[in-house]
Structures are given as structure tokens and as C-alpha cells.
Design a protein around this ligand. Structure first.
Ligand code: KMH
Ligand code: ZN
Length: 279
């Protein structure tokens, strides 16, 4: 069934430096301004990585709590904290992200080569993250970097039960060097593999770097949702650096409208994802 489009903005990430990408929002003020701008354009979810005073990635719990509170004060966006962090973050810090009590958190379904690095996600760690999210009522977004990770998700759900809220939502993160290619064929293969997951499972997709537009178009045409933002894309077009997250969200909204799948409001997105109403 065709529905509206869930648009997630991932404004910062853990990989780009402020020195290389001056438009990257790294302070809390910059993040809140970006969040408000992107909500006004049509984003419903914000996927959050934060930085320290030197603009380095951090999972500092105090800062995470402050960030969740500030985003809730200033926007109605669904706040999704990254439990992936940076490739160097220890598992204990990644689990502790849940103590900041976000609406959602990411939960990556397997280890993947990540450029020259390795993004480590051991099975026991995944189970721990999933079950802690169940206990705390934090709704996961299962991050899928490779096809086999959908089989791991099926195994996780059959052994450990449905997530908080009962709805399963996955995000295909495509074109990471070491993972899925950012192609229509790969997206269709992932979508077909969703047949083995619970009825009603929804997906969004994001294409890293220059795959952003092909993945966006493929996801819309396949009934999927969208994630965009400077975590994933820092070049708007050949030779044109992204100037702000707004630019990427505006483009996604434009494509969604062309596809006659208008952006979901945060309230509609909460209903879709099984997240209790803000309040
Ligand atoms: N920064 C990557 C190592 C997530 O947010 O959960 C992991 C990542 C996925 O971005
Ligand atoms: Zn992330």
C-alpha cells in the first residue's frame, strides 16, 4: 500500500570533520537550528550524532541527554540517537546511549567493513541492544549495511521478539565501501528479503555519497521511505558542496511530492513507527 513518505534527516554523522565540512552542524545550537529548519520542510525523524567542544564525535551521556531535551523543546521531531557512534566507540558507551531516553535508537544488524575501518556489531551486542530497547520502550531503527543482515534481523526477532511498539522498521544504508552497493538492483533485493520479516515491516533507504539520488528514486518507487543528510552526503551535485541539511531535505521533499507521496508529519510518523505520542 502506498503511503506518505517518512523523511529522516541525518545531519551530522561521525565521519566528516568540521574543518573539511564547515557547514556541518556540530554544536547543540547548530543542531537545533538545523532540526527546526528540516522539520519545517518536511522531516519527521532526526538521526543524531553529537560532537564535543572540539567538534569530535562523542557519546558523552550528559551531552546526549541535553541534546534530546533541546530537540524536544524546540521541535516535534522523533529523536533517534545513533547507537553506532563512531567506529572507535566501545560497546559499553554505545549501549549507554539508551540512558538518554530517546524515542528511537539505531541498531545495526551486523559487522561491516567501513572504508578502511571495521564497524563492529557482534551478535551478543546486537541482542543486548535489542533487548534493552524492548525493556525501555525505545523503538529501534534496524540499520542494514548488507543483505545478510536482514537474515540476522529475522533471527533476532524470532529468538528475542518484536521491538518496542511492535512495528519493525529498517533502514538500508547503501554504498558504504564494504557494504551494499547504492543501486536499484540492491534495493530491490533488500526489499524482496523483507518478505521473511513480519507483515507491515517498513523500510527507508539512504545512499552514501553520489548514490544518494539513485537510492532516493529507487526507494520512492519501491514504496520505501527516505533518509538524507550531511551524515551521508556532503556534495549536492558535481563540484557543489552541500550548503546545509535543508538543501538535502528540500530535495527529498520535492522528489516525494513528485511521486505523490507527501511527507509524513511527525505525528503521522509516530503512528507508523509505533512510537507513543510526544508529551
Ligand atoms: N558512524 C558509523 C560507524 C548508526 O548511526 O547507527 C555508524 C553509523 C550507524 O552511523
Ligand atoms: Zn549514524
Amino acid at each position: 500500500m502506498t503511503t506518505g513518505t517518512l523523511i529522516t534527516v541525518a545531519p551530522t554523522g561521525a565521519e566528516s570533520t568540521k574543518a573539511d565540512v564547515p557547514a556541518l552542524p556540530v554544536t547543540l545550537d547548530e543542531l537545533v537550528v538545523t532540526a527546526k529548519e528540516c522539520e519545517a520542510l518536511g522531516a519527521a525523524v532526526i538521526h543524531v550524532h553529537i560532537r564535543d567542544d572540539e567538534a569530535r564525535p562523542t557519546l558523552d551521556l550528559g551531552r546526549l541527554r541535553e541534546t534530546v531535551a533541546a530537540l524536544r523543546d524546540s521541535t516535534d521531531l522523533i529523536v533517534q540517537l545513533s547507537s553506532g557512534g563512531a567506529v572507535t566507540d566501545p560497546e559499553s558507551d554505545r549501549l549507554a546511549v539508551l540512558d538518554a531516553a530517546p524515542d528511537m535508537a539505531s541498531c545495526t544488524m551486523g559487522t561491516v567493513n567501513f572504508g578502511d575501518d571495521v564497524f563492529m556489531n557482534r551478535w551478543e551486542f546486537i541482542v543486548d541492544l535489542h533487548t534493552r530497547m524492548q525493556e525501555r520502550g525505545v523503538v529501534p531503527e534496524y540499520e542494514i549495511f548488507d543483505l545478510g543482515q536482514l537474515t540476522s534481523l529475522q533471527r533476532l526477532l524470532s529468538k528475542h521478539g518484536l521491538p518496542a511498539g511492535g512495528h519493525v522498521h529498517v533502514d538500508f544504508v547503501m554504498n558504504v565501501p564494504g557494504g551494499l552497493p547504492g543501486t536499484t538492483e540492491a534495493l530491490v533485493a533488500c526489499r524482496q528479503a523483507l518478505r521473511d520479516l513480519p507483515d507491515g515491516t517498513t523500510f527507508s533507504a539512504t545512499g552514501i555519497g553520489r548514490s544518494t539520488i539513485p537510492v532516493l528514486l529507487a526507494s520512492l518507487s519501491a514504496g520505501g521511505h527516505l533518509r538524507v543528510g550531511m551524515e551521508d552526503t556532503i556534495t549536492y551535485a558535481k563540484g557543489r558542496p552541500v550548503e546545509s541539511n535543508m538543501q538535502l531535505v528540500a530535495r527529498a521533499v520535492g522528489f516525494a511530492q513528485l511521486a505523490q507521496r507527501t511527507p509524513l508529519t511527525p505525528a503521522e510518523a509516530r503512528e507508523l513507527l509505533g512510537i507513543p505520542t510526544a508529551g
